[in-house]
Design a protein around this ligand. Sequence first.
Ligand code: PLP
Length: 369
Amino acid sequence: MNFDESVDRRQYPTLKWSKTFLEEHFGNADVIPMSVADMDIKVPPSVIDKLQKRVAHGIFGYESKPESYYKALELWYLNRHKWKIEQHQIETCSSILSAIAILINQHSNEGDGVIVQSPFFFEFRMVIKNNKRTIVKNPLKLIDGKYHIDFNDLENKAADSRNKILILCNPHNPVGRVWSKDELSEVAGICERHNLFVITDEIHGDFAFKPHQYIPYLAISDTVSQNAAACISPAKTFNIAGMIDAITIIPNEIHRNRFHEFTDRYQTNKINVFANIAVETAYLEGADWLDKLLDYLQGNVAFIKEFLSENDINVSLIEPEGTFLVWLDFRALGFDVKILERFLADKAKIAVSPGYWFGREGASFARMT
Ligand SMILES: Cc1ncc(COP(=O)(O)O)c(C=O)c1O
């Protein structure tokens, strides 16, 4: 496999490369697109092969998720992350964000607070706002180039009875932290003490750079998992976000039944025939491909660092512990936020997500895919 192969994505209405999208978000269609979080690489060859066979079959009627899909998923998490997922805990949902929206609805009321750790993935803002909840920030602390959770602040926010949910992003988009077992245990302790429901978004879980290790939040303890739901997905791992398939793990039976009832009522549990085969194949046969990709991504990070240093560019990179995103610190340039945004799009000609999209704590930073 050649991750350097250049593939023209403009033959299809690819969001990231769309001139309309770039014009709309960056005021310039002539930029290198590095904002949308998907990769410009082909999926594992075996996935392409199986999809081609599936297309050749010629009939794409309704399907269910086969037993083999669940087995492949369970094996992946057990082998790679030492996490035993029980099949009966799995709920299907088309996307992580729709699962998060449902969970917010079921574990809080309008006006209640949902805690996020800023800078935070900007789509969380949309989901919280659209569901008429209040965004409550537990800002991360940047100390010597590394982000940390402010546990005292989290404890205070959790103690406020108006706040019902914490959305954890593990690993964290955009800052690239892979939360350690100690950090997750401390979060869990706080949420347990104050009965805060935890929605843990683990879409980037497969991207941890050694020696860092992704720890599934639900694996912390059985007690912790009873007041939490994990949103996982192969979308980022295998670059198949457009397949629209996600998995929600809800260990608590009452919570799970309520989720199931909702997806049944609104019929948001439909199955995509191509996702079925792609996901199963990727989980069964994609491990080597992913290992090589992780090496490649670390090479990219090293390249960026070297480039910045060799060219004496006054921008620093927050060392990512995982994900395929980098969080760049432009503060030393001293630009006003809006001037920096124009500078990046018009002079540097790159479309990177301006840091303020992730909350004011991200001002003068930018996220590059
Ligand atoms: C942390 C995080 N959650 C969710 C999503 C979107 O997931 P989905 O497309 O399944 O809703 C993304 C995509 O960038 C993401 O980075």
